[in-house]
Write a protein that binds this ligand. Structure first.
Ligand code: GRG
Length: 292
């Protein structure tokens, strides 16, 4: 299977669905422009693609995953808008374009993020494709992954760890929540909608846990290597130099070794899940080999 082709094909399907959802909404024009600006700014769409890929691995049609997949991308987009704000990371560029608040102002950027977060719940609740039980399961999972026990809590821990030398366990704990929980939710969404057994669900969760850590380690490695500047993302420079990263803690080679360890563990759990593994293994390979 050509994974690059697969990812591009699914990215296009997700973007078409996303833009259609927002084109139909009655939103004040400047707010809609701000939300669409960030939704259309590119991005790999990894979280929604994972939902579709797990469904496919379960032998289910991807159409049933589209609203849940879009909900995750919308939450991810909100998190990036808020992360870039002056009161957080204060970034001027993301994905090679001026950040949302640079174009629309801080107040609109805050509201665009708020609007995106709340729409994500509506997408699932209003879907004609899910049973009531599935909706409750997906909504509870999304709230927990995105909220104070998940991504928001991870962001808080990350802020509080600035200028501190974290241990590997502490660093991992930050990223499990900040980056990992939403990636884990993506795999769990696919598993819930794919109707997998409890045992398969557990293994898929562990696959996604290691995938999330691997994703973050590769992000840190890319920053060190400066490759991410190709996309205009400027964290490879010294501006976030006060944060703990895997290469700082372990050396670059040590971070690469950890990366390969998590990849191996992700694949081990995949083979134990009892579903089609090739696609999800290829996505794990892509995550550790990606250059942006
Ligand atoms: C503000 C509540 C709140 C949370 C922010 C996710 C996050 C938490 C901040 C993003 C900061 C950052 C660069 C984290 C490193 C890993 C990460 C999530 C990178 C961005 O995700 P990608 O690579 O982005 O999937 P694209 O651009 O492909 O969508």
């Amino acid at each position: 299977m050509n994974i690059v082709h697969y990812l591009q094909e699914k990215k296009e399907i997700i973007e078409k669905e996303l833009y259609q959802i927002f084109a139909e909404k009655k939103i004040p024009q400047s707010l809609q422009e701000s939300m669409l600006y960030s939704l259309q700014a590119g991005g790999k769409r990894l979280r929604p693609i994972l939902v579709l890929a797990v469904l496919e691995a379960c032998g289910k049609p991807l159409e049933i995953g589209l609203e849940a997949a879009c909900a995750l991308e919308v939450v991810h987009t909100y998190s990036l808008i808020h992360d870039d704000l002056p009161c957080m990371d204060d970034d001027d560029f993301r994905r090679g374009k001026p950040t949302n608040h640079k174009v629309f102002g801080e107040a609109t950027a805050v509201l665009a993020g708020d609007g995106l977060l709340t729409v994500s719940f509506e997408l699932i609740a209003a879907s004609p494709h899910y049973t009531a039980d599935q909706k409750v399961a997906l909504l509870a999972l999304l709230a927990k992954a995105a909220g104070a026990e998940g991504m928001v809590g991870g962001q808080m821990a990350d802020m509080e760890s600035e200028d501190q030398q974290l241990t590997l366990t502490e660093l991992q704990r930050v990223h499990e929540r900040k980056t990992g929980k939403l990636l884990e939710a993506a795999v769990s969404f696919g598993a819930i909608l794919g109707g997998v057994s409890n045992e398969a669900f557990d293994h898929l969760q562990r696959y996604s846990y290691h995938l999330g850590i691997a994703f973050q380690i590769q992000d840190d490695i890319l920053d060190v290597q400066g490759d991410s500047q190709v996309m205009g993302k400027q964290v490879g420079s010294d501006e976030h130099n006060n944060k703990s990263t895997y290469p700082k803690l372990l050396t670059l080679q040590g971070a690469k070794d950890q990366l390969m360890g998590h990849l191996a563990q992700a694949k081990t759990h995949l083979t134990q899940a009892g579903i089609q593994t090739e696609l999800l293994a290829s996505i794990a390979d892509y995550v550790v080999q990606r250059n942006h």
